[in-house]
Design a protein around this ligand. Structure first.
Ligand code: HSE
Length: 297
């Protein structure tokens, strides 16, 4: 038995919701084939040139399946073939896609014996391998689709939020920002006045999604805690943000831990103008890049 899944990219944090909000994209996505084996073993076959570890315990798709197999009382295993179309280190949930795709496919082959929440729990072991910490703000939207709020990870409490019909423009400047480094540089303490702004924005963003109020979503896309620190690692960030807003984007910011930047727009024409702004900034700076104009999955 075997199954092929598309594991989509995701935008974690959604600007103000560091580690608690995430959104699933329609593109790009990884293509994963998972085959059921009749022996307790996990084999990883990589169909790309990224040289990711193929030892299952060190692989973001393998580690979650090791955890899953521990909870199954049967002599089975999985062979996973991964075609990575989401570049590792891009900030659009490449490691989460491998982890989420593996557990969704494996669960399908097992007759859907696990809940989505179980799948998030397993997939977080992949994030642990990739970034050193368990966080679910890429994994949960990748598994649930749409926009998700991770109110808590211990114990898991995931709330699926209504996904608006927004267009998403993403630019991936080809520079390396490791999630572990982008977490290391964050201050461990925040000022109360910043915390008040931040939780006002998170609440505003969630309310805006529930009320389908695009303007409220737009003005809540503000991050006074993480972005001022991390944006220093991304050349052109301020220029992209300013230019995209002038072009009509609702708002946006760093995608996950970067270096990708995302912007939300209410229509495709604006999303494409935003893409032009992004391209112009990186042409001018002389950094190669990839852009995507997509929608929320
Ligand atoms: N919430 C995580 C971070 C996402 O910003 O570090 C990493 O993709």
């Amino acid at each position: 038995k075997q199954v092929t899944v598309h594991a989509p990219g995701t935008v974690a944090n959604l600007v103000c919701g560091f580690d608690v909000l995430g959104m699933c994209l329609n593109a790009p996505y990884d293509i994963m084939e998972v085959r059921l084996l009749d022996e307790k073993k996990i084999t990883i076959i990589s169909k790309d040139g990224y040289q990711l570890p193929t030892d299952p315990a060190q692989n973001t798709a393998g580690a979650p399946l090791i955890e899953m197999l521990e909870e199954i009382d049967a002599i089975i295993g999985f062979e996973i073939t991964i075609e990575k179309l989401i570049k590792p280190g891009s900030g659009i949930g490449s490691s989460a896609a491998s982890a989420a795709g593996a557990v969704v496919a494996a669960n399908h082959l097992l007759g859907n014996i696990f809940t989505n929440e179980d799948l998030v729990r397993f997939a977080m072991f992949g994030e642990k391998v990739a970034t050193g910490v368990k966080h679910a703000d890429n994994i949960a939207p990748c598994i649930y689709g749409g926009v998700t709020l991770i109110r808590s990870i211990f114990p898991l409490d995931i709330i699926a939020l209504p996904a608006p019909d927004f267009f998403v423009t993403v630019v991936h400047p080809q520079i390396e920002v490791r999630t572990s480094d982008a977490r290391q540089i964050l201050r461990k303490e925040v000022l109360l006045k910043d915390a008040i702004k931040q939780w006002g924005n998170i609440a505003g963003l969630v309310a805006g999604l529930l009320k389908k109020d695009a303007a409220l979503v737009g003005r809540s896309l503000e991050d006074v805690i993480i972005e001022p620190v991390r944006s220093i690692l991304i050349p052109g960030f301020d220029e992209v943000k300013k230019g995209c807003k002038e072009a009509g984007a609702l708002g946006g910011g760093i995608s996950g831990s970067g270096p990708s930047i995302f912007m939300l727009s209410t229509n495709e024409a604006t999303a494409k103008e935003v893409e032009t702004v992004m391209k112009n900034v990186y042409e001018k700076i002389g950094i190669s890049y990839h852009t995507y104009v997509t929608t929320i999955n």
